[in-house]
Design a binder for this molecule. Structure first.
Ligand SMILES: Cc1ncc(C[n+]2csc(CCOP(=O)(O)OP(=O)(O)O)c2C)c(N)n1
Ligand SMILES: [Mg+2]
Length: 351
C-alpha cells in the first residue's frame, strides 16, 4: 500500500529542487517568510526548554524537528480560518497569530494561556488525544452552513490515529463534506510506542480511502511541500469539495516532553535520515541565491529579542487567584466544596 502513497517532496535533503513545477511559485517573499517563522518558533521552543530546566516553566512538549510541518501549514491559512492544535503545535499557533507570552503561560498551567487573540480562531491545545478532530469537523460544518469560505485544520499525531475520535472526525467530515484538513504529523512515536507497534497500515495517508477523501503523504521536513500541499487542500475545501487527510512524515528531535527520556526507547541512530527542516531551507537558500548574511543576522536578533520580551511579559503576569480552582466548577458551589475552599484559603493564610 505504501507505493500508492509515495512521499511528496519539492526540495531534497541537500536543498535542491526535485519538483521544478514549483519553481515559479517560490519567490523571495515566501522563502523569507518560511525562514523567519521557522527560526522564530524554534527560538521560542528552545527557550521554553531552558525555562523549564530553570524551574521557570512547567513540563513542556518540544516540537524541534517539526517546524516545517507546523509553519508551512499555518502560513497556508487565511486569517478567518480555524486551528485545532495539540499540546505540541505551538509552532503552528504562534505562526498563525497566538501570542508567545500566552503560550508560555499555558505551560505554567495558566488558563490565560488558552486565550487566543480576538482576531484568530484558535482552540486551546487538546491534551486528550484526538478529541480535537470531531471539534474541527464540527467547526467546519458550521462554516459550511453559514456559507463562508473558511476552513478548519486539525493537527494530530500518529498515535492519535488509533483513537476512535480520529475515525469519528473523518467520518463526520466525509458524510457532511465539510471544509476541514486533517493534518497529521507522523513523528514515528506516541511517547515511547513506535508507529509499527500501534498500527498495521503501511501509511496514515491510506486511511483516507475508507472515508472517500483525498489523502497525501508528504515530506514533513520540506517546508515547501507542506506549504503547497496544505494550500491545495485548503483550496479544495474552500471550493466545497470537502475534507482532506495529509500525512506529513517528520521527526521529533527531542523528548516527548521535558519529563521524558527518549534514549530509553529510541535506537541511537534512528532519525539520522531526517535533515533538520531549518538546515534544509538554509541549504536551499544558499543553492538558489536567497541567502543574505545581513538579513539572517537581523532575523536572529529580532526573533531572540521577541522571545525574551515574551518571557518578561509572562513573568510579569499577575499571580493566579487560587480561589479560581474552586469557583469555576459548579454554578452553585456545594457546601462540601465551599468548606474545602475556606480551609485551603485559611491554610494559605497561615503559611
Ligand atoms: C485519550 C488519551 N490517552 C492517552 C493520553 C496520554 N498521551 C499523551 S501524549 C500521547 C502520545 C500521542 O502520540 P501522537 O499522537 O503520535 O502525538 P505526539 O506526542 O507524537 O505529537 C499519549 C498516549 C492522552 N493524553 N489522551
Ligand atoms: Mg507521534
Amino acid at each position: 500500500m505504501e507505493h500508492n502513497y509515495p512521499i511528496k517532496r519539492i526540495v531534497d535533503n541537500k536543498g535542491f529542487l526535485v519538483d521544478t513545477s514549483f519553481e515559479k511559485q517560490i519567490d523571495e517573499q515566501l522563502v523569507k517568510n518560511l525562514y523567519y517563522h521557522m527560526l522564530r518558533v524554534r527560538t521560542f521552543d528552545r527557550k521554553a526548554i531552558n525555562l523549564q530546566r530553570q524551574g521557570r516553566l512547567g513540563t513542556y512538549a518540544p516540537f524541534e524537528g517539526q517546524e516545517a510541518a507546523q509553519v508551512g501549514s499555518a502560513l497556508a491559512l487565511n486569517a478567518d480560518d480555524w486551528v485545532f492544535p495539540t499540546y505540541r503545535d505551538h509552532g503552528a499557533t504562534i505562526t498563525f497569530g497566538k501570542s508567545m507570552a500566552r503560550t508560555f503561560l499555558y505551560w505554567n498551567g495558566r488558563v490565560e494561556g488558552c486565550v487566543a487573540p480576538t482576531d484568530r480562531n484558535i482552540f486551546p491545545p487538546a491534551v486528550p488525544i484526538a478529541t480535537q478532530l470531531p471539534h474541527a469537523a464540527g467547526a467546519a460544518w458550521a462554516e459550511k452552513r453559514r456559507g463562508t469560505q473558511n476552513v478548519a485544520i486539525a493537527y494530530f499525531g500518529d498515535g492519535a490515529t488509533s483513537e476512535g475520535d480520529f475515525h469519528e472526525g473523518l467520518n463526520f467530515a466525509s458524510v457532511f463534506k465539510v471544509p476541514v484538513v486533517f493534518f497529521n504529523q507522523n513523528n514515528g512515536y506516541a511517547i515511547s510506542v513506535p508507529i509499527e507497534k500501534q498500527m498495521n497500515s503501511a501509511t496514515i495517508a491510506q486511511k483516507s480511502v475508507a472515508y472517500s477523501m483525498p489523502g497525501y503523504r508528504i515530506d514533513g521536513n520540506d517546508c515547501f511541500a507542506v506549504y503547497f500541499e496544505t494550500k491545495k487542500a485548503f483550496d479544495y475545501a474552500r471550493c466545497g469539495y470537502g475534507p482532506t487527510l495529509i500525512e506529513a512524515v517528520t521527526w521529533r528531535k527531542g523528548a516527548h516532553t521535558t519529563a521524558d527520556d527518549p534514549s530509553k526507547y529510541r535506537p541511537e541512530k534512528q532519525g539520522e535520515n531526517f535533515v533538520d527542516p531549518l538546515i534544509r531551507l538554509e541549504l536551499f537558500m544558499k543553492n538558489y541565491g536567497y541567502w543574505n548574511d545581513e538579513w539572517i543576522q537581523a532575523t536572529k536578533e529580532e526573533t531572540t529579542s521577541e522571545v525574551e520580551a515574551a518571557v518578561e511579559e509572562m513573568e510579569k503576569f499577575p499571580p493566579p487567584n487560587v480561589a479560581d480552582v474552586f469557583d469555576h466548577v459548579y454554578a452553585e458551589m456545594p457546601a462540601q466544596l465551599a468548606e474545602q475552599k475556606e480551609a485551603y484559603l485559611a491554610h494559605l493564610g497561615r503559611q
